[in-house]
Unconditional design. Sequence first.
Length: 291
Amino acid sequence: MKFSIFQDSRIGGRTNNEDRLGYRHTAEALLMVIADGMGGHGHGEVAAEAAVRSVVAAFDQAARPRLTDVAAFLAAAMQGAHAAIRAQGGLRQLVDAPRTTCTICVVQDSCATWAHAGDSRLYVLRRGQVLARTRDHSRAQALIDDGLLTERDARGHPQRNILTSCLGGEQPPRVDISRKTPLMRGDVVVLCSDGVWGTLPDEAFAALSAGDPLRAAPDLLDRVESRAGPGGDNLSLIVLAWADNYRIGDPGPPSVDPGATLPGAYGHCSDDEINRAIETIRARLRAKEQT
């Protein structure tokens, strides 16, 4: 694997930072994760920290050095993070369960696959264009899907921050998992909290793939912070600059055309599907331990 990566998290105009992010890699697999704690429910930083720690620990255990089934790992990692947050709430005897958004991306065999719950976004960029983007789990996105709101108007809509899925709540999270998306040399993958994407059009992210993304990323955060002003949200950003090429003979052929735009490359995982994925991973880990 050949890549470069940038990550940064800023407090913005808030009194504390409830975002958490991180990445991990082996010789054959790369993990990126971002979580935006939901301050409205209290202890958002607890939820975000528990989610990121749980996801990273799951990757460290399962990637030896590659993941057997990336989609199954993502489903299990999300469910594990949800359980970890619930456990933290119980240990701390919190009245209101801490909650967070979460977006995870794994790159293996030059293919990116991601999962998300909430409105922390992932973008895949190619030659100055948005190749793929996650669809927010929010009331505003539901209005967009129903044709009652435009993307432009959604940015200032009063229901933009009302989420329809998250980790840590009493209800099991809705988790969307993408198809495999082949990456070509020069592609850029961005993970960010809503404090970043909420003040910029998608075109501003697309520009990251038109030049040097690692040089442009800090400037983008400066721009967002300046626009947001004193009351601005926490800002968290991961930018991956991919420097390898997907090859047709690589393991795990993609389910999409490398040049296709993927506006709807997502699928909802039911509770049964998530539980089956978890049991599959547990069985494989037990088998490895026995050998």
